[in-house]
Write a protein that binds this ligand. Structure first.
Ligand code: NAI
Ligand code: MG
Length: 356
């Protein structure tokens, strides 16, 4: 029997609440299948840890995480710790140390989820965003000169290496080819006359290796409009770190809201653990009250199952979320229901059992 070793960083606010439900669902799939089981190890890192120890994780935290098959992350961030500290010293540290250069965000409007657009069919919202996750605009390169003085100057540089640009674009082509879908690149070469000219050039070069994949290319501003006006144009999408960050929040709004949006941070070579997380934050405004919607966290558990090669169960979990949405019985308040976080998780577990 295969044991998947999972490092759980539940984090702050609603993080632990939604992660509990994802773990219930994962354990249910393992119970239904004699071929695999999960071994969860909890790490108490996050802002509470920071308040006690002055750091977001143990000094050798990355070393400790290395031996795991995957990381399951809730959310980090809480009032009292500056957001750039909680983000850079935990989440981004993990993404960078483990070379999780692919960020995968499904933007698929499930049956039963609210369709926010007019003149658009539900089936038209079915995109797979592949966001560059290791460099670009979030490389952390820059300077802050003459701080606080009259001649103060701030530089925030983007980094687009050939290796980094080519590998994400190639990954996207491989995905599009495997799924038999088109690939759209989103950039901004008219204004960003180095980085995005280069991006477009690499996209063009790599595309020659994939003559069977239909391609399109849009400027990011036009893409933002077209995602609303004509979402069916977008199937597999590849874009930079910043553009991907922004457009996937737009995508989350198209596909049922923040309570449903999941993301995977992948190291495709599997030299290091990959990380699975709901894309929402720690929601301090509703933390500790059982109000949080666990479906995003459960969807990311489904991505984890796919990553482990248990695609049948990944699909079953996604189908269970869809059935729950169609039933319209057991939903959290953000989706117009009155159920608690745990009640939603329990119902998903029941449906998974009935579908398997
Ligand atoms: P947020 O995503 O935590 O909350 C935004 C709004 O959505 C709030 O009204 C919240 O109640 C609601 N919401 C979020 N998730 C929900 C869920 N599962 N169910 C129901 N309602 C939900 O974003 P915000 O308020 O900007 O950030 C709060 C903290 O979270 C900050 O410290 C921020 O840095 C951190 N954060 C962490 C992220 C991560 O760990 N990946 C991502 C985004 C923010
Ligand atoms: Mg974001």
């Amino acid at each position: 029997m295969k044991t998947f070793k999972i490092a759980v960083i539940a984090g702050d606010g609603i993080g632990p609440e939604v992660i509990d439900e994802g773990i219930k669902v994962l354990n249910k799939t393992a119970e239904l299948d004699s071929g695999f089981r999960f071994d969860f190890t909890y790490f108490p890192w996050g802002c509470e840890f920071y308040a006690k120890h002055g750091k977001m994780m143990d000094d050798n935290g990355i070393e400790q995480l290395k031996e795991f098959d995957a990381i399951y992350l809730g959310a980090v961030g809480f009032p009292g710790v500056p957001d750039h500290v909680s983000l850079w010293e935990l989440l981004l540290k993990i993404r960078k140390s483990f070379d999780q250069y692919v960020n995968i965000r499904p933007i698929k409007l499930l049956k039963g989820a609210h369709l926010p657009l007019v003149d658009v069919n539900r089936e038209d919202i079915n995109m797979l965003f592949i966001r560059e996750n290791s460099e670009g605009e979030y490389a952390g390169a820059g300077d802050w000169l003459f701080k606080g003085q009259e001649n103060e100057v701030v530089l925030q540089n983007s980094v687009f290496s050939r290796k980094g640009t080519e590998r994400i674009i190639r990954y996207a082509f491989e995905t599009a080819k495997r799924e038999g879908r088109s690939l759209t690149s989103i950039s901004k070469a008219n204004a960003l006359n180095y980085s995005m000219v280069f991006w477009d050039q690499v996209f063009e070069e790599v595309s020659r290796d994939y003559p069977e994949v239909e391609t399109a290319s849009y400027l990011v501003d036009a893409a933002a409009m077209l995602m609303i006006k004509d979402p069916k144009r977008f199937e597999v999408v590849v874009t930079s770190n910043l553009f991907g960050d922004i457009l996937t929040d737009l995508g989350a709004a198209l596909a049922g809201g923040i309570g449903l949006a999941a993301g995977a941070n992948i190291n495709p070579e599997r030299h290091y653990p990959s990380m699975f997380e709901p894309i929402h934050g720690s929601a301090p405004d509703i933390a500790g009250q059982g109000l949080a919607n666990p479906l995003a966290s459960i969807w990311s558990a489904s991505q984890m199952l796919d990553f482990f090669g248990c695609e049948d169960y990944g699909k079953t979990v996604l189908n269970a979320i869809e059935q729950l949405l169609l039933e319209q019985q057991v939903l959290t308040p953000d989706m117009g229901g009155t159920a608690s976080t745990a009640e939603v998780g329990d119902r998903v577990v029941e449906i998974v059992a009935s579908l398997a």
